[in-house]
Design a protein around this ligand. Structure first.
Ligand SMILES: *[C@@H]1O[C@H](CO)[C@@H](O)[C@H](O)[C@H]1NC(C)=O
Length: 359
């Protein structure tokens, strides 16, 4: 009896062992198949990435207008859901939105922020009242914004607030092709729009009141283009502030994070930089500064990841004999929190010890 029971028991055990073995085999098979599948998929993804990496330069060379879009980034309308007709939504209760036509039939959107202490007076006032305020005793800053976004971008709005709290009128606008402005972007159009608004402001303002030009990032390129034109015709502005300027668009594009994965390849200039030049995009601040006779102030954060500090310094070196200090603008700068001249809020230069970099 007992032997039968033992046999049954051992048979049962063998059965179990077999089952376990086969399960284990199946499991291992599954794992190896899976691993093969993952490897295969990884390989396929790598191949696709390589193909994309190789084809991008050729696509850009074939369609150089893509490069223009990347320089202007005007289609990036961050923040997306704001009504540019309502600056109040951005916390600007003393700002008037209106439209001008540098070219017949093409309107561009403009914000005029009066000095902050006038905010109470400005409530419920129309365009005529705002316009008449240009002849008050307060200086005006014409603000030229950089690429992407609109005149309602948050970092821009914060700057309008600081400048207006210091007693300045701030006039900011969206170039053709940006925000709610009509038309298409180009370097020439940006400069033309800036000149049109500058001339209009001059007409509205009292003769002795200062008019300053403040460009940021790509807007510094517009700024030096504009001021070169003004100086060439013998009517320089009172001062030019360049916040994060670069020497020219080719050098800037080479340093931009976008170009990181390509910049060391042979043919980079031919594929990428020549495609920018093919769109007539130059922004040669390094040449323009030699024609500029008004005071220039350059601001740059040492850890700027988009426009490297050394390019800003180079602009100063090029124009060195023309750069003078402008006391009133310096006063403005010294009161700015470092945030406004530092892209990296938490990096060096953003703390109390750092502050804005004056070249
Ligand atoms: C309007 O804006 C001014 C300037 O920024 C500010 O001092 C004031 O508190 C604001 N008023 C209201 C009601 O929000």
């Amino acid at each position: 009896m007992s032997t039968t029971a033992d046999r049954v028991h051992s048979e049962h055990e063998t059965c179990w062992l077999e089952l376990l073995k086969s399960k284990w085999k199946a499991l291992m098979l599954c794992v190896s198949v899976l691993r093969l599948g993952v490897m295969g998929r990884m390989k396929r993804i790598m191949m696709v990435l390589l193909l994309v990496y190789i084809s991008i330069p050729f696509i850009i060379k074939l369609f150089p207008s893509i490069q223009a879009k990347l320089v202007f980034l005007n289609f990036v309308r961050r923040p997306y859901f704001i009504d540019l007709k309502r600056p109040l939504d951005q916390g600007l209760n003393h700002t008037h939105n209106f439209y001008m036509e540098p070219v017949m039939g093409q309107k561009i959107g403009v914000w005029h922020t009066v000095p902050a202490h006038m905010w109470r007076d400005s409530q419920g006032k129309d365009g005529d009242w705002f316009k008449s305020m240009f002849s008050s005793t307060h200086p005006v800053i014409l603000y030229l914004h950089g690429n992407s976004g609109t005149r309602g971008g948050d970092h821009r709005v914060q700057l309008y607030k600081v400048l207006s709290s210091l007693g300045y009128h701030v006039v900011a606008f969206d170039y053709r092709g940006w925000g709610d402005s009509d038309g298409y972007p180009s370097e020439g159009a940006m400069t033309d729009d800036a000149l049109f608004i500058y001339d209009w402001l001059k007409q509205q303002m009292g003769k002795s009141l200062p008019l300053y030009i403040w460009g940021h990032s790509l807007g510094t390129g517009v700024g030096t283009n504009l001021v070169k034109r003004l100086c060439d015709r013998g009517s320089p502005p009172d001062a030019l502030v360049l916040e994060s300027p670069f020497t020219n668009i080719r050098e800037e594009a080479k340093s931009h994070p976008f170009s990181m994965v390509y910049r060391f390849l042979p043919g980079f200039d031919w594929f990428f930089l020549d495609s920018i030049s093919a769109n007539n995009i130059c922004f040669t601040s390094d040449e323009n500064v030699n024609h500029i006779s008004c005071p220039v102030l350059i601001l740059h954060a040492e850890d700027d990841p988009v426009v490297p500090f050394h390019l800003g310094k180079k602009v100063q070196v090029f124009g060195v004999e023309y750069v003078k200090t402008c006391q009133s603008v310096l006063n403005v700068i010294s009161q700015l929190p470092p945030l406004f001249v530092c892209r990296n809020m938490h990096g060096p230069g953003s703390g109390a010890s750092g502050g804005p970099w004056l070249l």
